[in-house]
Design a protein around this ligand. Sequence first.
Ligand code: AMP
Length: 229
Amino acid sequence: MTGAVATGTLRLVLFGPPGAGKGTQAQLLKERLPIDHISSGDLFRHHLSNGTELGELAREYMNRGALVPDEVTIGMVLDRVATMPDGRGFMLDGFPRNTNQAAALDEALAQRGQRIDRVLHIKVDDDELIRRLSNRYICRKCQKPFTRDPRSGEAPKRCDDCADGGEIYQRDDDTADAVANRLAVYHEETAPVLDFYREGGILADIPGEAAVETVNGLVLKALGLTAEV
Ligand code: AMP
């Protein structure tokens, strides 16, 4: 595993329910590994903010917390994966979200003589996910997550990570109804993908309720890396 890390060819899936912290862990992993972060949700939001046909098609599904149909999603993500140079690793976040997508990914990689090396399953209970998502805000430009200040109840207005301070907003699908739907979809359609990867022997279960740094330590350990730089 360490050799693969050094060459930056690791191909990972960050797996878990909405609000588990996949995006946060992806940002931290990017500081350690020279691999790209491919988030299907970010790709859709990019299409939405650019007003593309694909974005318009996805909007209604996204707003009610449903999965965008596979005919659209699989092509969008696999096209992005196909742009990766042969020796370059990547981490998928938010894809695959059903067994059909998982099979399509496996097949596309196999055609290139590649495969997923490790699936990091970040586990968090529904109550905690609901609490996190109702307090979650993100930067419109870089997608960095923020939370409300516990004392004032206010979220920051501008991102401290973007050069000219991207606007911070609450996602349309972080409303109570959409969140309930997203969790139901996760349990019904996405969680079964775990068996697919468990059978392949590449699944690592990571408890995701602790502090971000603690979860990051567990993620690094699952990849055979140590927490220190
Ligand atoms: P996320 O940012 O990963 O929570 O994704 C936001 C929304 O984008 C989801 O609720 C879905 O509507 C859509 N989406 C993202 N990834 C997928 C996927 N792999 N399959 C279908 N829909 C997706």
